[in-house]
Design a binder for this molecule. Sequence first.
Ligand code: CAO
Length: 415
Amino acid sequence: MSKALDGVRILDFTHVQSGPTCTQLLAWFGADVIKVERAGAGDITREQLRDIPDVDSLYFTMLNHNKRSITIDTKNPEGKQVLETLIQKCDVLVENFAPGALDRMGFTWERIQELNPRMIVASVKGFGPGPYEDCKVYENVAQCAGGAASTTGFDDGPPVVSGAQIGDSGTGLHLALGIVTALYQRTQTGRGQKVLAAMQDGVLNLCRVKLRDQQRLDRTGTMKEYPQYPNGKFGEAVPRAGNASGGGQPGWILKCKGWETDPNAYIYFITQAPVWAKICNVIGKEEWATDPAYATPAARLPHLKDIFAEIERWTMTKTKFEAMQILNKYDIPCGPILSMKEIAEEPSLRKTGTIVEVDHPTRGKYLTVGNPIKLSDSPTEVTRSPLLGEHTDEVMTELGYSPEQISALRTAGAI
Ligand code: CAO
């Protein structure tokens, strides 16, 4: 079957996590992704957090599937020429170097446009234009600067960053959307364009509801679904809300049977208004369905702590999976707190290709997260990440270089 991005060639100049997430997605949709790395070293993540000596780390392999790897020293004049040829042959250049690095290499937007006016140049940077635009940025910096950390955690604790890599992988996702949108516009204009996804912006986009809450707080001085209501204090800025739901249906994480020894024996429970009567029945508090102090969503807001404590008395008598089974029968929205071990072993995720086992020549078999976006006419087959420079000769030959030229460039240290 053909793939959605068949025929699109990506010059993948990305490293670490944010950029590689983006180009991996494009590869899964069928683009030919040629990852350019420095000979001898490659993407720094190849050697970071290694669990097997001298073998590409899981950090690298899990972010670089379905790509080809070519080594070029882009600071070597002959290496630069190879890169120029690649720029002429590709549709998109994706990069997430520190600000200014591409310009310092000699590949300014103007130069790239001269070489290939159809080229889309897509970048991840930590910040957009402004006071921090020259800063290098990693995941957690973006979570802090994008509003995630100040709004995550509990009221009596410090800011907390999320395990979800919303700064890196989240921005990679944003960039991928920008790229396919620019490719679509190019079908009308015939021109390339610059695409920028700043990590601060990407995180803030994902924290949109917290900016909503800032304005609600400014206007009314309180937010009734927050755990600070009714007895705690609100300050000037959106406070950390613990496990409160970000939406209009109050929710919380509750203990389940076994919580004393299992750190993940918990369930997320949402007291969705339409099923309130069913919740009351399940937990044995039938009278709450008609009691004016509990019968309406507005009446319940000052009692949320007590309500969740009562529901928890019930959830603590069930395992999280037993509770799920019972609650689902009544359409009560809830979700088990799943550990990574449980997720890795979950058969349904294997079946859909969301968790995939991949074989690697030096690592052997390992698990990875497959493409979370499923296209019915463009199914994803996850193939292993490339070894450093595995496709240098293959790509150079496709670019028109003869075996003699390739060998001379190698001797000159250009590739
Ligand atoms: N040949 C020769 N030189 C190469 C090369 C190649 N194939 N590939 C990269 N280089 C050079 C670059 O030209 C750059 O050189 P100069 O500094 O002399 O211009 C140098 O390698 C290093 O690039 P860098 O500054 O991007 O790398 P770093 O490790 O110091 O910083 C990071 C890493 C991620 C902080 C920075 O790239 C960054 O801020 N990127 C933008 C934001 C981002 O994506 N962050 C998320 C990363 S994932 O957590």
